[in-house]
Design a protein around this ligand. Structure first.
Ligand code: ADP
Ligand code: MG
Length: 500
């Protein structure tokens, strides 16, 4: 692999090892970063990405290995040393001061003061300079607590830069951002690249890698499985490096014969302020995506079919019968299953066992003389756990809160398979789900749709999700349906364009 000329190298980490409680999670990892470079650090949950960058930031000390910055090699970084060397981490949990202004936040820790007196005008000047060089349009006099999360992140970046950061580490910065905020962040990162700042950008979203990075390093189980220039990296190669295997290519079908009867027919469905005049059909065995940016109305449309917005107007037919649920209870009674956007709040009973979470809607079927046999729950859980590849202790009593996001989602999906739902409405089913679990979920959806004649309606703002799993897509924008594609007609650029 080509190593950049030495005067361009900002940082070289060599053979970094780290254990927690006797378990080694980094097995001798190298990493280098050049001036003006964005290195994407990719990997599934638990691969060791955060641990590696925390070592660079001095938050954790490595068990062995060295970090070379400039001419000096360090084996004992701490937060103060790392900071003095120009390394800054932009945290997921923001570390700003919400009750201070933007200008104060940017100057925090490096106040411009004369004999202990803070110069407000200098401070504002400095903040303005940092913000404008990065092209960030935020009023320096606003209180940080009144900003949106994406704006707060930008302020944190401005603060790092105004304090002469040379290396910026961003750990999944877009996890909580809207797509507009993400675009804004990318503009700022590009401006930083121009100024020679080196960045380590952690993500598990492959689409971001191509957009923002110059080079990609993939970690798998604590070892580096790939380091490659972004323009030479194929998607398949990246996924393989992350999960250590092939993604089974899923069969899509354009042939109308492939699917069964129409099970859901929606006509002229409207919900004030969210969507209007939406019409489509869904057939047994078919996966239909409603794709749109956040705010397109797709999410609320999915919710309305599950009975969450009874004030909606228009007609929904379920197996040719008019269906007007007053609440989700009616929908569940009609064999409609649902995954909400916020599974922690609306989907899972976080402090209950996994088996119970999976079995709840099937209780009526399990009950014998009004008693639910726990044994049936356990059998059901172990069955779906194997089919859906749920990674857990394999203990039906384990609390669902202790599983990773992707595995929680699998439990909630298994719930609807177990109670024989005929239509599934899935809102952003793989948001915050890592690549491996995502692959398992897509695979199961395909298989169950086909083998059990289930109709699946999913709403998503992730175009990759559409191309990977949908048989057909209805594109939505500002509450209207604007395009429809099926089978081989579906491609990323087309649907993105249609949605904007
Ligand atoms: P990633 O950021 O790639 O998802 P992490 O670096 O957070 O991965 O985690 C790597 C491994 O180290 C995981 O198995 C995780 O459970 C473990 N780990 C991370 N931090 C700690 C910690 N403070 N104590 C114990 N184990 C940890
Ligand atoms: Mg992490």
């Amino acid at each position: 692999m080509r190593i950049p000329a030495s005067d361009l190298v900002l940082l070289t980490a060599s053979a970094i090892r780290k254990s927690f409680g006797g378990v080694e999670v980094l097995h001798g990892v190298d990493l280098h970063l050049a001036r003006g470079e964005i290195l994407a650090l990719l990997g599934e949950n638990g691969a060791g990405k955060s641990t590696l960058v925390k070592i660079l930031a001095g938050d954790y000390s490595a068990d062995s290995g060295t970090v070379r910055i400039g001419e000096t090699e360090y084996s004992d970084l701490n937060p103060r040393k790392s900071r003095a060397l120009g390394i800054r981490m932009i945290f997921q949990e923001l570390s700003d001061a919400p009750l201070l202004t933007v200008a104060e936040n940017i100057s925090m820790g490096t106040w411009s003061s004369k004999r202990g007196i803070v110069s407000w005008s200098k401070m504002r000047e400095r903040a303005n300079f940092a913000l404008s060089t990065l092209g960030i349009d935020i009023d320096p006099d606003r209180l940080v607590g009144t900003l949106r999360i994406g704006e707060r992140q930008l302020v944190e970046i401005a603060r790092a830069i105004s304090d002469n950061a040379k290396i910026l580490i961003l750990d999944e910065p877009t996890a909580a951002l809207s797509s507009a905020e993400t675009d804004k962040l990318f503009l700022v990162l590009n401006a930083l690249r121009e100024r020679g700042v080196g960045m380590i950008y952690i993500t598990h979203r492959l689409d971001e890698v191509g957009i923002i990075s110059d080079r990609v390093q993939v970690l798998r189980d604590g070892t580096q499985s790939l380091v490659v220039e972004t323009k030479k990296a194929s998607r398949v190669e990246l996924v393989r490096a992350m999960i250590g295997g092939e993604i089974a290519s899923l069969p899509h079908s354009d042939s109308d014969d492939y699917f069964g009867d129409t099970i859901l027919a929606v006509s002229e469905l409207s919900l004030d302020k969210f969507f209007s005049d939406i019409s489509f059909t869904l057939r047994a065995g078919e996966i239909l995506a409603l794709y749109g940016k956040i705010g397109s109305g797709a999410e609320e449309l999915g919710e309305a079919i599950f009975g969450l917005h009874p004030e909606r107007t228009g007609i929904v037919k379920l197996n040719t019968q008019t269906f007007k649920p007053k609440s989700p209870i009616d929908a569940i009674g009609a064999f409609i299953g649902f995954l909400p956007a916020d599974r922690q709040r609306l989907g899972a009973f976080m402090i209950r066992p996994v088996a119970e979470n999976l079995a709840v809607p099937s209780w009526p079927r399990y009950s014998v003389k009004g008693f639910i046999t726990k044994k049936k729950e356990e059998i059901a859980y172990l069955h779906w756990s194997e089919l859906l590849k749920i990674r857990s202790r394999n203990d039906p009593d384990q609390l669902i809160a202790t599983l990773s996001g992707g595995n929680q989602q699998k439990v909630l999906l298994g719930r609807w398979f177990e109670c024989n739902a005929k239509v599934l409405v899935l809102i952003e089913p793989t948001r915050g789900v890592d690549v491996g679990a995502r692959r398992d979920i897509y695979h199961t959806l395909r298989q169950r749709a086909k083998d059990n004649n289930i109709g699946i309606l999913l709403t998503t703002s992730d175009h990759e999700e559409v191309t990977q799993v949908a048989d057909r897509v209805v594109v939505m924008s500002r509450g209207k349906q604007v395009a429809e594609y099926k089978g081989k007609e579906i491609n990323n650029s087309q649907i993105i364009q249609a949605a904007s």
